[in-house]
Design a protein around this ligand. Structure first.
Ligand code: PHE
Length: 453
């Protein structure tokens, strides 16, 4: 079966696709606003440490499980353990993929909607974020608008995934990722050349340690999972199409590097503009859809930057969404004998349907709440704050404790022989983080999400 399984055309293609999965709304929408709310530079510093000591080691482990077994999350754990417990962990990943994609597509839809609104000229005459906020409330408050763009976004995701690993995911990533980076470079240059940009830069580089508390550290750690697409089998599935000749460790390092670089670049582009306009960097989730449109309205040529910005968000969301659908599709193709086309249409279609109540959570279902959370909030919270850290914890434990160390080392050295010869200490550090540091810290994040600490 492995013989005719799909594979990446090149290592470069894999890196772009995996970086595409990692770079998403998490980097451009969420990272800037949580950094803004938690004091800027000091938070970024903590976040970088979390990425280095938890994100990177777990990412190597997750890609390695996929590369070694050449299977989806369920099949991978089945191949390595035959244990029902671990197989159900793989299955949780598929469920998380279902859940995350369902609400991710709603926000992905908004980004396309904002591209269209920019083109229609409705974003160009705001005097302040409140006015921009009114339009945002009106748009997201319309069931037709949210559902329409959710449908459009989903159709694009399915259209790419149906074309397969090489012809769909890899090919589209090779086009979209360079476009994404180019747009970001343009926006960054625009940002730093604005009058008053230096305050924004200071916000990003000069740490205010008074804002850092245990809560901020846990937010940084939790975000490390989301932003690297860890803990639900997306990287495992992408790793399963990777060749045994390629180096898992350097690939993981490149993915982490690109993801972090792009988050920081987005931070620079956004905060220089926000500070130059004298607006609030701690505006929260509305930073992108409310503060920024006001910034663009008051900038010469702002409409072009607005267009570029929302296009950037849409591309970032799309390349992440395809990796979420691919996890679900790979499971049904590998394990249940579905054709790719059938799996994309039936299960993609089901995820789309599950997204409908999330899209309606901003309008006609806004009052339907449980523990004060809308349907959207519940799905987001369960998947992002519980399933992802839990999955990450399990991957760390699996690679650190369950899978035999000799087998792990044999697997990881394939394609990386010289790396382990040149840096003999790397093995020890990697295992130290996987076995002890990651499990302890991730457990803290989980307990915090559950309100226990
Ligand atoms: N990493 C993506 C982002 O930052 C989100 C994501 C999570 C994608 C999990 C795939 C799997 O937006």
């Amino acid at each position: 079966m492995t013989q005719n399984r799909e594979a990446w055309g090149s290592r470069f293609g894999f890196i772009l696709a995996a970086a595409g999965s990692a770079v998403g709304l998490g980097n451009i929408w969420k990272f800037p606003y949580i950094a803004g709310e938690n004091g800027g530079a000091a938070f970024i510093f903590i976040y970088l440490i979390c990425i280095a000591i938890i994100g990177f080691p777990v990412l190597i482990g997750e890609i390695l499980i996929g590369r070694t077994t050449q299977k989806n999350p369920v099949g991978a754990f089945a191949a390595l353990t035959h244990s029902k417990l671990w197989i159900s962990i793989g299955f949780l990943g598929v469920i998380a993929g279902f859940m995350i994609l369902s609400f991710y597509s709603v926000i992905g839809g908004w980004t396309i909607g904002y591209v269209v609104e920019t083109l229609r000229g409705s974003l160009s005459h705001f005097h302040n974020p409140e006015e921009a906020g009114e339009l945002f409330d009106a748009l997201s408050g319309s069931a037709v608008w949210t559902l329409g763009y959710h449908t459009l976004f989903f159709a694009l995701v399915m259209g790419i995934v149906i074309r397969g690993v090489q012809g769909g995911i890899e090919r589209s990533s090779k086009i979209m990722m360079p476009v994404l980076v180019s747009i970001l470079v343009i926006l960054m240059i625009r940002g730093v050349t604005l009058d008053g940009a230096s305050e924004g830069l200071a916000f990003l580089w000069v740490p205010d340690w008074s804002k850092i508390n245990a809560q901020a550290v846990l937010i940084a750690l939790g975000h490390a999972f989301f932003t690297l697409s860890l803990g639900m089998g997306a990287m495992l599935t992408y790793g399963s199409y990777m060749s045994k000749r390629d180096n898992v460790v350097t690939s993981a390092a490149q993915i982490v590097f690109l993801d972090t670089l792009i988050a920081i670049m987005a931070g620079v582009a956004i905060f220089t503009a926000v500070f130059a306009s004298g607006l609030d960097p701690a505006a929260g989730p509305g930073l992108i859809f409310q503060t920024l449109p006001a910034v663009f309205s008051n900038m010469p040529g702002g409409v072009y930057f607005s267009l570029l910005f929302f296009l950037l968000l849409a591309i970032a969301a799309l390349t992440s969404a395809i990796s979420l659908l691919e996890v679900v599709v790979a499971y049904f193709v590998d394990e249940q004998g579905w054709t790719r086309k059938g799996a994309v249409l039936i299960f993609g279609g089901s995820i789309f349907l599950l997204g409908i109540p999330s899209a309606l959570s901003f309008n006609i279902m806004a009052d339907v709440t449980l523990f004060d959370k809308t349907f959207f909030d519940i799905v987001d919270f369960t998947a992002s704050n519980i399933l992802l850290p839990f999955g990450g914890l399990m991957i760390a434990i699996f690679v650190g404790w369950i899978w035999s160390r000799t087998a792990v080392m044999t697997a990881v050295k394939e394609g990386a022989e010289t790396l382990f010869e040149t840096y003999p200490w790397f093995e020890g550090i990697w295992f130290l983080f996987l076995k002890f540091i990651a499990p302890v810290l991730i457990t803290l994040v989980l307990l915090n999400s559950l309100g226990i600490i």
